[in-house]
Design a protein around this ligand. Structure first.
Ligand code: NDP
Length: 246
């Protein structure tokens, strides 16, 4: 599916929530979803950066997006409920949910891993995905073709030394994806899958690999065909799959 060519109207009339939409892959995905006709809800913690993405989408003529400032490290179940009530009032349903926001933590052996960093990574990368999914399910059930995408990574499919909480959090997301996919497959129209974006030129990648020349990596804009495929109607029936963007 890395060579999937979506029609320009692929996501017309779809309402898609993207977390971590302010930067990197989430920003590129949100812009691309809008360019293919979706109304995107931009969730992230840095309002200034979210506003810049909002302006870019408006300028390029995409459907008017929405901004939801939210810090996934500190958000409470009540905050998710408030968010979903607001979305219900404004849009009535959700057709897509891209869980993309994440933090790297540190690259440290488990023996020395800082406990607070561990909790922080698990909160943003795992618990927030669970809380947001749980809150959004009632809106996703109102769609006649909904897609939930979790963002994983290769170290969440095969463990690697020093990747600590980040790797473990991605294993947890693969588990959440599989459990949810089997729970929803017989009685809803919601499909649930995960994507490993592969090495991509973003701030997180540069942090993880400071010695690497970023120019050797694809841009976030270059890895989106699988994201579009899994968000759009062509992936109907694809459920519980761990896919790769490159
Ligand atoms: P970036 O660091 O470039 O972007 C991360 C995004 O998540 C930003 O929008 C950031 O917001 C947001 N975010 C982080 N913490 C929080 C928080 N507490 N609350 C709300 N939003 C938050 O990362 P990438 O684009 O590289 O990564 C995107 C996804 O892809 C991640 O899940 C990552 O694990 C995965 N991935 C990336 C790879 C790569 O090579 N880039 C490879 C494999 C997987 P802000 O702008 O405010 O910082």
């Amino acid at each position: 599916m890395t060579h999937y060519t979506p029609p320009p109207t692929l996501l017309n009339n779809r309402i898609i929530l993207v977390t971590g939409a302010s930067d990197g892959i989430g920003r590129a995905a949100a812009k691309s979803f809008a360019a293919h006709g979706a109304t995107v809800i931009l969730l992230g913690r840095t309002v200034r950066k979210l506003e810049a993405v909002y302006d870019e989408i408006e300028k390029s003529g995409g459907p008017k997006p929405a901004i939801c400032p939210m810090n996934l490290e500190t958000a409470t179940p009540k905050d998710y409920e408030t968010l979903v009530n607001m979305l219900e009032k404004e849009f009535g349903r959700l057709d897509g949910l891209l869980h993309n926001a994440a933090v790297l933590g540190t690259l440290t052996p488990i023996e020395n891993y800082n406990v607070n960093t561990w909790y922080q990574v698990m909160q943003v990368n795992v618990h927030a995905n669970f809380l947001l999914t749980q809150a959004c399910l009632k809106l996703l059930k109102k769609s006649n073709d909904a897609s939930i995408l979790f963002t994983s990574s290769n170290v969440g499919r095969k463990g690697r030394a020093y990747w600590g909480a980040y790797a473990v959090s991605n294993f947890a997301l693969e588990g959440l994806m599989q459990v949810l996919a089997t729970e929803l497959e017989s009685n809803t129209t919601i499909r649930v899958n995960s994507i490993d974006p592969g090495p991509t030129r973003t701030a997180m990648r540069a942090n993880a690999y400071p010695g690497e020349d970023p120019m050797t990596l694809p841009l976030p804009e270059d890895i989106l065909p699988v994201y579009l495929y899994l968000m759009g109607p062509d992936s109907k029936g694809v459920n519980g799959q761990a896919m790769e963007a490159q």
